[in-house]
Design a protein around this ligand. Structure first.
Ligand code: NAD
Ligand code: DAU
Length: 355
């Protein structure tokens, strides 16, 4: 079996769902259930005993050791993190605690477990650490996209904490020989995305008749990847990646924020027109910029394509249409996030699944 940390979050939940749709290998999902953890996203696995959930903190090395000893996984995939840049600006401490200190304790628990493994079980063990393109800093308009050789230049407390975790992971390979893999991915979008991030926030606010906040001039560029493509990249790296290597994952899909917002508005105009027949773009509102806002990210994803044969299946046009439709079809999920009701999901629906 495999361990997934942070599997109740946006990408982690998509990964667990995809993993169990693709094969029968069980998953132990360890998640602290911060505000971003939502077990309702995994409701379809309620009766599926291939999914074992344990509420816990990656920084709790005692608990992590206990779980590793009990379940003897062949791999740990670390998605757990504080992930929202704006929150890191308002309150960086949780980012240092989870992303840096938490990753350190997780590494220590894994190192102790891995040291006791023998033969092929030891050789075949993998820690896959899920990281971000934000560790590379910001690009000028005509700079080439980030390759794996780009130097680390993190600019926000979030990206600095992720960079620190990447360095710790790298050092455990170099120093102790721990078989690690690191992926650095661009902006994801898709189902189960918490509506504090740009795309789900725009969809949810648009439907609620609220304003659509654009930071600064809206010309910041991100490289968007449909979340299921990220999941397939992680499966591929886990299977075929070379230990000690890092792999950049991206969608070849750079777009300014304002273009994204206009595209989402026009899809909503088509799929769920406003009662007054005005366009949703009417709700766009330019607001004060994010502090230290990175201007442009772009991933050069040639290494993972060349070495592992992975490339994204979705174009932005197909992925964003699926995403907008998903939010229209799952307004109950959104309502529970907004009311905070999703936090009761554990007590109401999941008690028998908690390890
Ligand atoms: P998310 O915020 O939606 O989910 C994070 C999950 O981790 C939540 O379920 C939360 O409860 C859990 N968690 C937080 N602290 C924990 C702790 N101390 N112990 C155990 N669980 C904890 O984040 P996401 O968008 O799904 O991102 C997942 C990973 O992918 C993160 O490491 C993030 O840095 C990275 N990443 C995200 C994106 C993106 O666009 N969202 C892009 C590249 C990389
Ligand atoms: O690049 C990968 C990163 O993408 C991940 O590592 C992070 O975990 C993830 O949150 C995401 O970070 P961003 O800061 O790029 O994502 P966010 O959705 O917060 O913002 C996307 C862009 O939209 C960014 O330029 C800020 C802008 N924005 C965001 C919000 C929430 C707005 O203009 N208005 C908004 O209300």
């Amino acid at each position: 079996m495999i361990f997934v940390t942070g599997g109740a979050g946006f990408i982690g939940a998509n990964f667990v769902l995809d993993w169990l749709a693709e094969n029968d290998e069980p998953v132990v999902n360890i998640d602290k259930l911060t505000y971003a953890g939502n077990l309702e996203s995994l409701a379809s696995l309620q009766e599926d005993n291939r999914h074992i959930f344990a509420q816990g903190d990656i920084g709790d090395a005692g608990l992590m050791s206990e779980l590793l000893e009990k379940y003897q996984p062949r791999a740990v995939l670390n998605f757990a993190a504080e992930s929202h840049v704006d929150r890191s600006i308002h309150g960086p401490e949780a980012f240092v605690q989870t992303n840096v200190v938490g990753t350190f304790h997780l590494l220590e628990a894994i190192r102790a477990y891995w040291n006791k493994l023998e033969g092929t079980r030891k050789a075949d063990f993998r820690l896959l650490h899920v990281s971000t393109d934000e560790v590379y800093g910001s690009l000028a308009a005509d700079d080439p996209a980030f390759t794996e050789e780009h130097r680390y230049e993190p600019n926000s407390p979030y990206s600095a904490s992720k960079a620190a975790s990447d360095h710790l992971v790298r050092s455990y390979h170099h120093t102790y020989g721990l078989p690690v893999l690191t992926t650095n991915c661009s902006n994801n979008y898709g189902p189960f995305h918490f509506p504090e991030k740009l795309i789900p926030l725009i969809i949810v606010n648009a439907l609620a008749g609220k304003s659509l906040p654009i930071y600064g001039d809206g010309q910041q560029i991100r490289d968007w990847l449909y979340v299921k493509d990220h999941c397939s990249a992680i499966r591929r790296v886990l299977k075929a990646g070379t230990t000690g290597e890092t792999y950049n994952v991206g969608g070849w899909n750079e777009k300014p924020n304002l273009d994204i917002v206009h595209l989402v508005c026009s899809l909503l105009d088509e799929l769920c027109p406003r009662a007054d027949k005005q366009g949703y773009a009417e709700q766009i509102s330019f607001v004060t910029d994010r502090l230290g806002h990175d201007r442009r990210y772009a991933i050069d994803a040639r290494k993972i394509e060349r070495e592992l044969g992975w490339k994204p299946a979705e174009t932005f046009e197909t992925g964003i249409r699926k995403t907008v439709q998903w939010y229209l079809d799952n307004q109950g999920w959104v309502a529970n996030v907004q009311s905070g009701g999703y936090r009761d999901w554990v007590e109401k629906n999941y008690q028998d699944k908690i390890g």
